[in-house]
Design a binder for this molecule. Structure first.
Ligand code: CS2
Length: 492
């Protein structure tokens, strides 16, 4: 089967939508760092919908760690298929917005040249929570992080997202090409402010004059991004290739729902993403807090407890009556009361819609995928909510069971005694804690709760929080997830 490319685009199945603009006329106006499935199913699609009326905003996609996505994308002239799937059916479209796909490891000079290019006015990022090399509890750059240490010592070989961003901004200052907007699209609270602080700290450590230039020429709006996009599987590749009639090695598969709320704070020109349905607002905070706590918080709860209960996929975990009851009660009783309702939103309807989205059986989303990097995700997904509940005197019963689920999962062994592949930058510390606990669940809980980088000095020292989590960890180890859930829901 021939491969998808500009040369074969004309021969794909007529049932698949194609770019409605002249691809050859599209210029590069955006650099994106972190060319994973989420970017290609979200920001790249919003951008793709604008190129017919404004061809300035093609994307140069950059991968920092591996050429896994960039090599096949470059071979396909940047083209890939976006396949939307739900119980209503499926809809495929070829996206042409990614005009260049570069791997930092082998194409550094081209990446830096793009970051300094006067036509480029936007840098978007999806490098995941851990990609910012920050302290998850405080949001500040971790200057002791090995990648930061490396990049400060070797700025010409910067490999981390903050290091690369600062190297690109230095090149931009030197080239005199002017203002730029950095749009963080990762699930961090106040993501614009956090990335602004991380970049400022890094630049300050490298060259205070550069930090000053960045302060005057670069804007960091906050954003809330949402679309459920599981990792692409071999089955997806086969399905899409059959649908197209040509082979696509890097399709993306996702749900129909999407949302993008962006703080209207740009330093230079920007695409009219609002024409594709994005919302520009003065304050993103209520939207992002709602999404991080309700969607991502529930996702993580379902991932840890669902995995322990034997569910491979989120649609199974969220259809499990006890788990569904727990996350529904957690949303209504403990999360919603901490939220400021975003304008134009009905929180009850939002929660109901989340359950429907989680249960989309056409989208096998692995509990283990969401369980990854819990140390980086827990603070904004569950712990900030707990902080607010403690401050207002509200109950934290459901939230602390979810935190205990994370600890039980991160202990590295499932209920049948099989090893769990725990993927987390702090995994070596987890092993140390589990070994020191020598099989005592309370000691294990204490070891995890002492991780100030995750829990912050405040929660780490909060006796009510510690004892609620510890009780749940003990129950999970002693009686298993099923009985713990049943007892919990029965009020025991
Ligand atoms: C998920 C998110 O992988 C995860 O941790 O919770 O990727 C989630 O699917 C997206 O944030 C939805 O917008």
């Amino acid at each position: 089967m021939p491969s998808l490319s500009l040369a074969t685009l004309g021969s794909i199945s007529p049932t698949v939508q194609r770019p409605d603009y002249e691809i050859a006329k599209v210029g590069v106006g955006i650099v994106h760092l972190g060319l994973g499935a989420f970017h290609r199913a979200h920001q790249a699609m919003y951008t793709d919908e604008l190129l017919r009326t404004d061809a300035r905003w093609g994307i140069c996609g950059v991968s920092l760690k591996t050429p896994r996505a960039t090599e096949p994308l470059a071979a396909q002239d940047g083209l890939y298929t976006a396949l939307e799937k739900s119980t209503e059916g499926r809809r495929a479209r070829v996206v042409g917005a990614v005009r260049e796909a570069l791997f930092l490891g082998s194409e550094r000079a081209r990446v830096i040249a793009r970051l300094a290019d006067p036509a480029v006015r936007i840098v978007t990022l999806t490098v995941t929570e851990k990609g910012y090399c920050h302290d998850p509890a405080t949001g500040r750059l971790n200057l002791a992080h090995p990648d930061v240490v490396h990049d400060l010592a070797h700025p010409e070989a910067a490999a981390s997202a903050p290091g690369l961003l600062v190297a690109g901004l230095a090149a931009r200052r030197d080239a005199g090409t002017g203002a730029l907007t950095v749009v963080c699209c990762d699930n961090l609270p106040h993501n614009g402010r956090v990335v602004e602080g991380i970049v400022a700290t890094f630049a300050q450590a490298r060259d205070p004059a550069l930090a000053d230039w960045i302060g005057r020429h670069v804007a960091f709006p906050s954003t809330m991004v949402d679309r459920i996009v599981p990792a692409t599987t071999a089955a997806d590749v086969a399905e899409v290739s059959e649908l197209l009639g040509v082979a696509d090695a890097v399709p993306v598969v996702f749900e129909p729902f999407r949302q993008w709320v962006i703080e209207d704070r740009f330093a230079a020109a920007r695409p009219a993403w609002e024409d594709a349905g994005a919302q520009f607002v003065g304050d993103v905070a209520p939207f992002e807090t709602m999404k991080l706590r309700l969607l991502n918080g529930s996702h993580s709860t379902l991932a840890y407890l669902g995995f322990l209960a034997g569910h491979d996929f989120i649609w199974q975990a969220s259809s499990d009556p006890e788990l569904a009851r727990l996350v529904e009660r957690q949303m209504v009783e403990e999360i919603v009361p901490t939220l400021v309702c975003p304008p134009g939103t009905d929180l009850t309807a939002y929660c109901r819609q989340l359950m429907t989205r989680f249960r989309n059986p056409a989208l096998p989303h692995r509990t283990q995928q969401i369980a990854m990097d819990g140390s980086q995700k827990l603070p904004q997904r569950l712990l900030d909510t707990i902080r607010d509940r403690r401050a207002s005197g509200g109950s934290i019963a459901h939230l602390t069971l979810a935190v205990a689920g994370w600890i039980r999962y991160a202990s590295g062994t499932d209920e049948q005694g099989r090893p769990i592949a725990v993927s987390d930058p702090m995994a070596p510390e987890f092993v140390r804690i589990v070994t020191a606990a020598a099989g005592d669940p309370a000691r294990m809980a204490a070891g995890f709760l002492d991780l100030a980088a995750v829990f912050g000095a405040d929660l780490s020292a909060d006796p009510a929080f510690r004892s609620a989590v510890t009780r749940n960890v003990e129950a999970l180890f002693r009686t298993g997830v099923r009985r713990t859930l049943a007892a919990h829901l029965a009020g025991g």
